[in-house]
Design a protein around this ligand. Structure first.
Ligand code: FRU
Length: 475
C-alpha cells in the first residue's frame, strides 16, 4: 500500500507525481502499444528516499496520466537495495525495462519485460551486465548505473553513467547487443574535461535533427559566478557518436534548465518523430515541504527536444494546449504602472506573453502573489539578465537563479503554474527555469510591473488548466 496523502495543498493538478510516497528520477520513458509510459524512482512506503521501486503512469496524449501498479520492486539478490534508474524500449511487441540493480558497493544492469505494459517479469539471467574489471577499464565500480537503451540500425546500444577509478571524472560507457539479452562492452564514449563533474548520472542519448545529443546529470560541477548554483546539474553535449569506435566527439557542456529544480531528465522518440523529455522537477537535498503531507517530488511538463544553432531547445509539448479550459486574452498593451488584468490570476494556469523589448527596458512579473507572498521574475533588458527569485514565495527554499539572454527585440514567455511549481519557458524553450515554490492556495495574484518607463506587451493570454493526474482523496 502506498503512503496516504493527508493534504493536497501542494499536490500538482497536472504534473506527474506519486499516488503517495516519494519519487525522484523519471525512468523507462517510452511509447508502447500506442501509449506513453513513464516510470519513476519510487518509495511507496514513505515520503523519504528509500529502497527504490519503479512507479508507473500511462497516457494516451502525454498530458493526462493514469497510475498503474508498481512495475518493479527490489525483491531479488541482485537488486535488493533498490531498482535504480533506467530506460524502456519496445521490441517485437514486448516492453523491456533496463534498470540498475543496487547492492552494497556494487551496481549492475538488469532487465525486466512485459507483454501487456502493466505486469513485469524480471529476466531469469539477471544481471545482464556487471561492472567491468577496473584493471581493464578505468572505472570506480560502485558507481555504474542508469542504463539508457536505443536501437541504431540492427544493433541495440546502451549508455551507462560512471566515473573514473580516482573518482575525479564522470564518464559514459557504451555497451552493444543484438538481442537485448547479451551485451558487450564497446567503449568509453565520453569523459569529463575540466569542470564537467566527477560523476555522471542518468545518461540519455538521442539523434535530433541530424545531431547526436548526449544528456547527462553530472555531480560535482563547481559554481562559476552565478552559474551552476544548484548542487547538481543536468545538461548536454551536442556532437556525433561514431558507431564504429563508440567515441562521442562533442562541443561544450550546456545546461538544459536554469531554475532551482531540474534533474535526471529522460528522453524518448515518439511515433511522430519528435523527441520528448521529462525531468524530475526537484533536486537532491532541496526542501520538499510536501513530505509532511505524505508525498514528495513531481515531474516537469513534457518538453520537445530540438537542436537550433547547435544548442538544444526544449519548448513545452504542444499537447499541453489540450489542458486549457478557459482563456483571457489582451492585445497591444502599453502601461507605465503596476497592473493586474482581469481574469489573469490563479493557483494553477498557463500564462503566455509576447513582450516588445524595443519599448520595454526592464520589467518585473510577480506570480502567486498573496498578502505576504510572491514569486518574482525580473528582466533588465539593458544587460539582458533574466532572474527568478523565490525569497518570498512561501514555505520551502529561497534564493535566486538567473540566465543571461542574447540581445533581442522580442521575448516570448510561457509560464506553467501548478500548486507547488513554476516552469518558465523563454522564447519557446531556448532557456527554461523550473522551480518548486510553496505558496498558500490563496496566493493567486499576478502583477505586471514596468521598471523603467513603459511595459509593452503585444499579446497576453492566461489559460485555466484542467487536471492531468488523479487528485488524491483527502478526508
Ligand atoms: C539520480 C540517481 C540515479 C540513481 C537514482 C537512485 O537522481 O542518483 O543515479 O539511479 O537516483 O534513486
Amino acid at each position: 500500500m502506498a503512503l496516504r496523502i493527508t493534504n493536497a495543498r501542494w499536490y500538482p493538478k497536472y504534473h506527474i507525481s506519486t499516488p503517495g510516497g516519494w519519487c525522484n528520477d523519471p525512468n523507462g520513458f517510452c511509447f508502447y502499444k500506442g501509449q506513453a509510459h513513464l516510470f519513476y524512482q519510487y518509495h511507496p512506503h514513505s515520503a523519504q528516499w528509500g529502497p527504490m521501486h519503479w512507479g508507473h503512469v500511462v497516457s494516451d496524449d502525454l498530458i493526462r496520466w493514469k497510475h498503474l501498479p508498481i512495475a518493479l520492486a527490489p525483491t531479488n539478490d541482485y537488486d535488493r537495495d533498490g531498482c535504480f534508474s533506467g530506460s524502456g524500449i519496445e521490441k517485437d511487441g514486448r516492453l523491456y525495462l533496463f534498470y540498475t540493480g543496487n547492492i552494497p558497493n556494487e551496481q549492475n544492469q538488469s532487465m525486466a519485460f512485459s507483454d501487456d505494459g502493466i505486469h513485469f517479469e524480471k529476466f531469469e539471467h539477471n544481471p545482464v551486465i556487471v561492472a567491468p574489471d577496473d584493471k581493464d577499464v578505468d572505472i570506480f565500480r560502485p558507481d555504474f548505473r542508469d542504463p539508457k537503451v536505443w536501437l541504431h540500425g540492427d544493433t541495440y546500444y546502451m549508455v551507462i553513467g560512471a566515473r573514473t577509478k580516482d573518482r575525479m571524472r564522470g564518464q559514459i560507457l557504451i555497451y552493444e547487443s543484438k538481442n537485448l539479452c547479451d551485451w558487450e562492452f564497446k567503449s568509453i564514449a565520453a569523459r569529463a574535461e575540466g569542470n564537467q563533474g566527477e560523476n555522471w548520472e542518468c545518461p540519455n542519448f538521442a539523434s535530433v535533427e541530424g545531431k547526436d545529443v548526449l544528456i547527462l546529470s553530472p555531480q560535482g560541477i563547481k559554481r562559476v559566478g552565478n552559474m551552476y548554483r544548484n548542487l547538481f546539474q543536468s545538461g548536454y553535449f551536442v556532437g556525433r557518436l561514431d558507431y564504429e569506435t563508440g567515441i562521442f566527439t562533442h562541443g561544450d557542456f550546456e545546461l538544459l534548465d536554469y531554475g532551482f529544480d531540474f534533474y535526471a531528465p529522460q528522453v524518448t522518440k515518439i511515433p511522430d518523430g519528435r523527441t520528448i523529455m521529462i525531468g524530475w522537477l526537484q533536486s537532491w537535498f532541496s526542501v520538499e515541504v510536501e513530505q509532511e503531507d505524505g508525498w514528495a517530488g513531481l515531474m516537469t511538463v513534457p518538453r520537445e527536444v530540438h537542436v537550433k544553432n547547435g544548442k538544444v531547445v526544449t519548448p513545452p509539448v504542444k499537447e499541453l494546449a489540450g489542458l486549457r479550459l478557459s482563456e483571457k486574452s489582451y492585445d497591444n498593451l502599453v502601461f507605465y504602472e503596476d497592473t493586474k488584468f482581469d481574469g489573469v490570476e490563479g493557483e494553477t494556469g498557463e500564462l503566455v506573453m509576447e513582450i516588445d523589448l524595443t519599448e520595454t527596458k526592464a520589467f518585473e512579473i510577480d506570480l502567486r502573489v498573496g498578502e505576504e507572498e510572491k514569486s518574482v521574475i525580473t528582466c533588465d533588458n539593458a544587460i539582458h539578465l533574466f532572474k527568478f527569485n523565490r525569497d518570498k514565495a512561501g514555505a520551502g527554499g529561497d534564493g535566486e537563479r538567473e540566465v543571461k539572454l542574447p540581445p533581442s527585440d522580442k521575448m516570448k514567455l510561457q509560464i506553467f503554474l501548478d500548486r507547488s511549481s513554476i516552469e518558465i519557458f523563454i522564447n519557446d524553450g531556448e532557456y527554461v527555469l523550473s522551480n518548486r515554490v510553496y505558496p498558500r492556495a490563496d496566493s493567486t495574484g499576478i502583477v505586471f510591473m514596468p521598471k523603467d518607463g513603459a511595459f509593452k506587451i503585444d499579446s497576453l493570454k492566461f489559460y485555466t488548466l484542467g487536471e492531468g493526474i488523479p487528485q488524491p482523496v483527502v478526508d
